[in-house]
Design a protein around this ligand. Structure first.
Ligand code: SF4
Ligand code: SF4
Length: 151
């Protein structure tokens, strides 16, 4: 659970809606079905992807394994198919170290049910609900003002 300062920092300074809890269980699932997003959106064709390879080493690790309604699906060639572990774990790119981030949701992705991480909303729904409820309640002062006006 985040304290007040953390909530403020994540939501107001960093502009985040979710924060990460839990830890990696090393199942390797997130290295097997990957979408790639760039400035124009999620990569849809291989030509587009070839250009990205010059921008970051992470892209050079990926190979296309399919396509669906969201876009091209990649798998990382650094994933050991037998152990399901990353072969370059110590030198893996920052994007892998920071996984999962909330951008995952904006890409139409989701965490696998077995993933050891969870993405929790920074402001829990119960808090949002209470704030809305408080705002929608007429203030006592207004009530007395209305009462006096009606007299
Ligand atoms: S899916 Fe989750 S638990 Fe599995 S390797 Fe990826 S981050 Fe770790
Ligand atoms: S570099 Fe390692 S951690 Fe990153 S996607 Fe590939 S196998 Fe997974």
């Amino acid at each position: 659970m985040l304290n007040k300062f953390q909530k403020f920092y994540y939501s107001k300074i960093l502009g985040k809606k979710y924060y990460r809890t839990g830890h990696c269980l090393g199942c390797g699932r997130c290295c097997k079905k990957i979408y790639v997003k760039h400035a124009k959106g999620i990569i849809q064709d291989e030509k587009e992807f070839e250009q990205l390879k010059y921008q970051h080493r992470f892209y050079t690790y990926l190979k296309v394994i399919g396509k669906d309604e969201t876009g091209l699906i990649f798998e990382c060639t650094n994933l050991d198919p037998e152990t399901h572990k990353c072969k370059i774990h110590k030198t893996r790119p920052g994007i892998c170290r920071r996984y999962p981030q909330e951008e995952l949701f904006s890409m139409g992705g989701s965490l696998s049910e077995d993933c050891g991480y969870k993405m929790e909303p920074i402001i829990p729904f119960s808090e949002v609900f209470l704030t809305i409820q408080k705002k929608s309640q007429p203030k006592k002062k207004n009530f007395w003002e209305r009462l006096l006006k009606n007299k």
